[in-house]
Design a protein around this ligand. Sequence first.
Ligand code: AHR
Length: 658
Amino acid sequence: MSFSLKTHLLLAALFAGAVITAFGDPIITVQADQAGAVINPAMWGIFFEDINFGADGGLYAELVKNRGFEFPDPLMGWIKICPSLAQGELSVRDDGPFDQNNPHYVRMISEGTAPFGLSNEGFRGMGVKRGEAYDFSAQIRGMDGSPILRVQLYGGDGTLLDAVELAGFSQNWNKYTATLHPKDTDARARLALVLDGKGVIDLDMVSLFPRHTWKNRPGGLRADMVQALADLHPGFLRFPGGCIVEGSTLDRRYQWKKTLGPTADRPLLINRWNYEFQHRPTPDYFQTFGLGFFEYFQLCEDIGAQPLPILNCGMACQFNSGELCPLDELQPYVQDALDLVEFANGGTNTTWGAKRAELGHAEPFNLKMIGVGNEQWGRQYLDRYALFAAAIKRKYPGIELVSAAGPSPDDVRFKFAWANLRALHADVIDEHCYAGPDWFFANANRYDHYERMGPKVFMGEYAAQSDKIVSTKNRNTVETALAEAAYMTGLERNADVVRMASYAPLFANTDAWQWTPDLIWVNSLQLYKTPNYYVQQMFSRNRGDVILPVKLADIVTSAAGMDALYVSATRDNQSEEIILKVVNPAANALTTQIKLDGVPQIEPEGKAVTLTGATVDMNSMEEPGKILPIESKFENAAADFFYTFPANSLTVLRIDAR
Ligand code: AHR
């Protein structure tokens, strides 16, 4: 809502002391002709971790859970189908598998008295859509007889959605394929494999993928989820975690080399979020690595994000075992980092560059940064970081290293890390913060006081918690989104120190989450974006190229320490627009005088994007659009004008100052 200075003063005179007053309005003054630091084009990014069924059961579009029968309980996710008349046997074996790296398979013996088999429940149900094609495949070996294998897709209520028959199985392992076209959309479908007729078959790597994936790559990623990421215009993608990089013990750490090549060869690993929280156990959570490092790099390229892989630094999670790789045995870990640079950037005449080309990407992935460790702390981390840094910088001086500052943004571990990493001339330090909205509001000026020289900041994980960290009561409310937005104005104003920032975690499955709040919530068919998502999007899509100094006057701070307004200003060099981001966290609209100093001419028509709602409002599967950014225009932009910022809002103003 906006009006000119003249109108404003007139109204103020008419209604002085009533609704509007020109006196005491906050004043935002932008030094529009004094461009400050250049903002990192990759400033606003995303952090992906396989938590909350983010990869398996999420981004990785495979619909069959435990497709290779490699879970510790080889039939987890599978149910035997054994009608009373059926006579047969179903067993898990490992003699003569189709792939030594995927040793377990199922033998189905049917006496032919009645169809007999097993069915897979998917990841809390398979989401299938009417009108779309689903590609089934399995490794099958015919051991005896000539039975038919019926491949059937059932809806959650037991309705048959589609079926195909496979027969004539070779005595050697072979991949058999078929396509299913469900006659209805169903969020809880399941896949049944039923043997009809007398005979014996062996079965492994049972897979069902939507034909429509991101870029329609066979065996690819869920298109709607990647689109949601692309729509954020992320500057970088930090992957693959998070705590899963560390593992609760070193043998459960993430090892990127094991995530390449044929999916059946990628060894299964229990996901640490399977058992981390007693209050949210997820016994069926494993990592198949179908989304592996090659796919991560490809995803970065697809969505225009710089890759930021995080590697284990010889330390298991310090909240768990804290197991350490001795310093004199660290070389294989360091070598993994060196090989990763070669995998991403090396010529096709190098060992790992050739591997990348073999996987289908001869061109380099242009890796510029690597994270050494996730959320490590203490002397043990510094000792290991120093060895990594020495080796990587020696061979690849142009690669920037992201180092860890522990799990808290201001405790003893954090201060120890900063002091020592500064002494080690670290490039970028990764800060993490999960705290209440109050913390974010109160810390919006945190970086105003940072030393300008030395390591830069990566706010690698942050999210306002409506209750408290790891509480299941945390919700993605408007209040949390505005707290983050207020904080982000501080990150932006200090873009000379803060190089990058990403919210955490990114995805959560509504039926299988461990951690809340999260940026994007999904089920087997749909997703919804939170107010926090839209805040991230409003910042990344309106980044600007340089910071403009901004001063605030007549800003009231509440007893609780919350300012009446939070503001940052930038300029887009190409469009020559001044971009103002303003958070009004209060329950009342706030009329503000805006002065743009040092610009000769301003186009009266400006663009606004506004996100607002009651502090407790949220989006949901039922109401995905309850809180949305609304675009509008205003007509009174000038070197000195008034704008009214709605209650509980983030507003982005783009003012043409050509
Ligand atoms: O984002 C969830 C977890 O929080 C991450 O895995 C970890 O780095 C942090 O403790």
